[in-house]
Design a protein around this ligand. Structure first.
Ligand SMILES: Cc1cc2nc3c(=O)[nH]c(=O)nc-3n(C[C@H](O)[C@H](O)[C@H](O)COP(=O)(O)OP(=O)(O)OC[C@H]3O[C@@H](n4cnc5c(N)ncnc54)[C@H](O)[C@@H]3O)c2cc1C
Length: 440
């Protein structure tokens, strides 16, 4: 890693997820000659590509190859194992860099704010997905999966990912990079029914058709919907695009409504128009109670009718929250930092989920980063900042053992070498294991 103090602008990007890499790429185009340091709290880069995207969706994870190309540019460096707010502050970064770009995502779960929402056996999607994807923050979760039924709350693709991972056979997961601790626990689990519950109807759900269709093709699980909840047709008030998209989803739900629930050993059961009232249980989750809803003029209202589902665990996939990095103001929705078109203050910018909240696909972060990079260029004042040549000694004085791209490749090589059977890699789930590979 060179720490040259060249004449070009110095940029620090906080977070090596998709938004961080796209910001590096866009800044490199906007500001030729720039030195770009991507500061990442883990020794492993790629954010939710590694720790969010489902372990059985390896094709989606190949976007990582494009990020590797960016990381190998001579003017781009990964400064890993450095957590902003713990090891260095934003104010300190601003002393060393001409602009600081925050790209640290929205890593926390929106709380399931109902009585019993804190019982053992209630998990947020961020922690549950992090657990099966070997994120060091969540590797020790040990979720309660010892009863035959699990409820997943939420009507987006994250809920589908969770239901699918809970329902796949060991053989189906054998070619994934699911954490070893998760595949072992799932193999011992007794789950026969996974309920996906949403407070709105099937046509309001945010599922994409590809993900829905996949549920109809599982080896040991059948997707089931209740025919009385599935409308005959999509509304004529929708735009042609929405009619097309919703129409495809509706075809999936219709086929699920005709499926034989006993056709396979497990079921993924869709429940619509039900909002959580309270989680029930004595010392742990034993059931969850919902109120039936109707949607009128886009608003969800309760009908007073209730539905109780016995279950051993509840996983709530109802949204994410941003962390107020550096004490910066968070939006009223709690899922992003307050910003104007990506600008927080002079020299301080934000991209990705932290800028716009948890929405869109991986590629959405690219458009977003390009916009912010153009803004940065238009406002850039290049001073005689030292960049990494200033940051490195500060981190060393605090005994921070930084990692770089070469270190990541060593960790990756060790994970690939440890893979069994058809696994692409066997992921390390603790910082200790990752750093041990580096002899640290
Ligand atoms: C469960 C799940 C599945 C998904 N599946 C898909 C999919 O199949 N297809 C798709 O298109 N999109 C998918 N997405 C969306 C996609 O992952 C996001 O759009 C994208 O990851 C957001 O990028 P980001 O860089 O803003 O945040 P992140 O990916 O969260 O990256 C943030 C990075 O910042 C680091 N960081 C955090 N705090 C600090 C700190 N204080 N100091 C230094 N570093 C820090 C984190 O470790 C992380 O590496 C999925 C999302 C989730 C949650």
């Amino acid at each position: 890693m060179t720490t040259g103090h060249g004449p070009g602008p110095k940029f620090a990007i906080v977070g090596a997820g998709p938004a961080g890499f796209y910001a590096a790429e866009a800044l490199d185009i906007e500001c030729p000659g720039a030195e770009i340091d991507i500061i990442e709290r883990l020794p492993t880069p790629f954010g939710l590509i590694r720790a969010g995207v489902a372990p059985d969706h390896q094709t989606t994870k190949t976007i990582q190859d494009a990020f590797e190309q960016i990381a190998q540019r001579p003017n781009v460096r990964i400064v890993g194992n450095v957590e902003v707010d713990r090891d260095v502050t934003i104010a300190e970064l601003a002393q060393f860099y001409d602009a600081v770009v925050l790209a640290s995502g929205a890593p926390d779960d929106a709380p399931l704010d109902v009585p019993g929402g804190d019982l053992p056996g209630v998990y947020g999607a961020a922690e549950f997905v992090g657990w099966y994807n070997a994120h060091p923050d969540h590797a020790g979760l040990e979720p309660l999966l010892d009863r035959d039924s699990v409820v997943v709350i939420g009507n987006g693709n994250v809920a589908i990912d969770i239901a699918r991972i809970l329902s796949k056979s060991a053989a189906e997961l054998a070619t994934s990079d699911i954490a070893a601790h998760a595949s072992e626990r799932l193999a011992q689990a007794r789950i026969s029914d996974v309920h996906i519950v949403g407070r709105r109807g099937p046509l309001e759900a945010k599922f994409t058709t590809v993900e829905l269709r996949e549920l109809g093709e599982l080896e040991e699980a059948v997707a089931v919907a209740e025919s009385h909840q599935i409308p005959d047709a999509v509304g004529s008030d929708l735009s042609p695009r929405d009619r097309r998209v919703k129409g495809k989803n509706l075809e999936c739900f219709k086929s699920f409504a005709q499926a034989d629930p006993s056709a396979k050993a497990r079921r993924i059961r869709f429940q619509f128009n039900a909002r959580p009232l309270n989680v029930l249980g004595n010392g742990r989750v034993e059931a969850i109670c919902f109120e039936r809803t109707r949607v009128e003029n886009g608003q969800v209202t309760g009908t007073g009718e209730t539905l109780e589902i016995a279950c051993g665990a509840v996983i709530s996939a109802i949204g994410y929250r941003a962390r107020p990095l550096g004490g910066l103001a968070v939006s009223a929705t709690g899922d992003r930092l307050t910003n104007t078109d990506g600008r927080i203050a002079p020299g301080l910018y934000v991209v990705g989920w932290l800028r716009r909240g948890p929405s869109g696909k991986i590629g959405t972060n690219r458009t977003d980063a390009e916009e912010v990079a153009a803004l940065i260029r238009s406002e850039l004042v290049v001073g005689d900042k030292p960049g990494l040549a200033g940051l490195k000694p500060l981190l060393a004085s605090r005994n921070v053992r930084t990692t770089d791209y070469v270190d990541w490749k060593k960790i990756e090589a060790a994970e690939i070498a440890a893979a069994l059977g058809g696994e692409p890699r066997r992921k390390f789930a603790t910082m200790h294991e990752m750093l041990a590979v580096l002899g640290a």
